[in-house]
Ligand binder design. Structure first.
Ligand code: AMP
Ligand code: MN
Ligand code: MN
Ligand code: MN
Length: 300
């Protein structure tokens, strides 16, 4: 396996503020993620599992047993609902769209964060029930069963469903599970009543954290809608944009840098690491943030 330093030699900061473990839809256990981050020279790691702090708690206990200077940042990636403020129609049914908000450096004991986790998991469970009914109607009980085995009691996500579909040859590629079935507007997509971006950001701020709008370019919005999303996010108290997600091209970074400066938002960086690809663990990000931006770690 190549060393991280060989792949990402430009990442001098050592920050990775968006990662996943087996507590949600990642493939490394929280302990494995900590060990790998240390091995690869990460100095600040946020384990931001979907809608849970369980992975963080395990990672924190594991790190305490090691003599490492790695800083583990308490974090959660929350699913949230955005209804545009200015009448932009986001979906045909007008019920808003799902966006992800990474909570960074929260107080993990805060009742506000615990309540938000409970509310988000409630929405997820209700969504999963409806998704399971659709899968059953399609005769795909085997997909449900395998997805539940794969999630092994952790947060059940569409990643597990997609992996189960692939393993059972319902699709020939992982991405096809989303492009044919699970993606927005596809036959197995179900609307989820996630807490609103206002509720999500409020709870993060009340628990002393930084609310980061995750992977802004993944939503595939027109420029006008993306600007509206970032403006609405700032309006409800959001503090930062994930300017570098994974390994973006120069244009993507320039685009998001412009929006962050325009909206007066700080900037975060994260791999959104879920699983090794071709035997390589891509932790950290290959680029440094443009000088003009305020990194999130300067405001927490
Ligand atoms: P859920 O929160 O259960 O709706 O699942 C969302 C997760 O599915 C995301 O965190 C991604 O890991 C994964 N995902 C969503 N859309 C795609 C996509 N188009 N391609 C690959 N993975 C995706
Ligand atoms: Mn995920
Ligand atoms: Mn996400
Ligand atoms: Mn993520």
């Amino acid at each position: 396996m190549p060393l991280q330093s060989e792949i990402f030699s430009k990442n001098t900061q050592g920050y990775d503020l968006h990662t996943h473990s087996t507590a949600s839809d990642g493939s490394l256990t929280p302990q494995e993620l900590i060990d790998t981050a240390i091995e690869y020279g990460i100095t600040h790691l946020a384990l931001s599992d979907h809608d849970t702090l369980k992975g963080f708690e395990i990672a924190h206990l594991h790190l305490q047993k090691l003599s490492s200077t790695l800083q583990l940042i308490p974090s959660v990636e929350f699913s949230s609902r955005w209804n545009a403020t200015n009448g932009i129609n986001l979906q045909d049914d007008g019920r808003g769209m799902t966006v992800h908000i990474v909570a960074l450096n929260i107080d993990p004991q805060s009742p506000y964060i615990k309540n938000l986790i409970t509310a988000t998991q409630f929405a997820r469970n209700e969504r999963n029930q409806r998704l399971k009914i659709k899968l059953e109607k399609k005769g795909w009980q085997d997909v449900i069963q395998l997805a539940e085995e794969l999630s092994a009691g952790a947060t059940l996500t569409r990643t597990h469903i997609a992996n189960a579909m692939l393993a059972l040859n319902k699709v020939s590629k992982y991405a096809q599970a989303f492009s044919r079935y699970l993606g927005s507007g596809k036959p197995l997509s179900v609307h989820t009543k996630w807490p609103s971006i206002k509720e999500t950001v409020n709870a993060i701020v009340q628990s002393e954290g930084i609310a980061v709008l995750a992977h802004p370019l993944h939503y595939q919005l027109s420029r006008k809608k993306l600007l509206q999303l970032c403006s609405d996010f700032k309006q409800v108290g959001g503090q930062a944009l994930e300017v570098i997600t994974g390994n973006p091209d120069k244009n993507a970074i320039e685009n998001l840098t412009g929006i962050a400066l325009r909206q007066n938002l700080a900037a975060s960086v994260g791999s959104d690491f879920h699983a090794p690809k071709n035997g390589t663990v891509y932790l950290g990000v290959p680029q440094v943030l443009p000088q003009a931006l305020t990194p999130v770690w300067e405001i927490w």
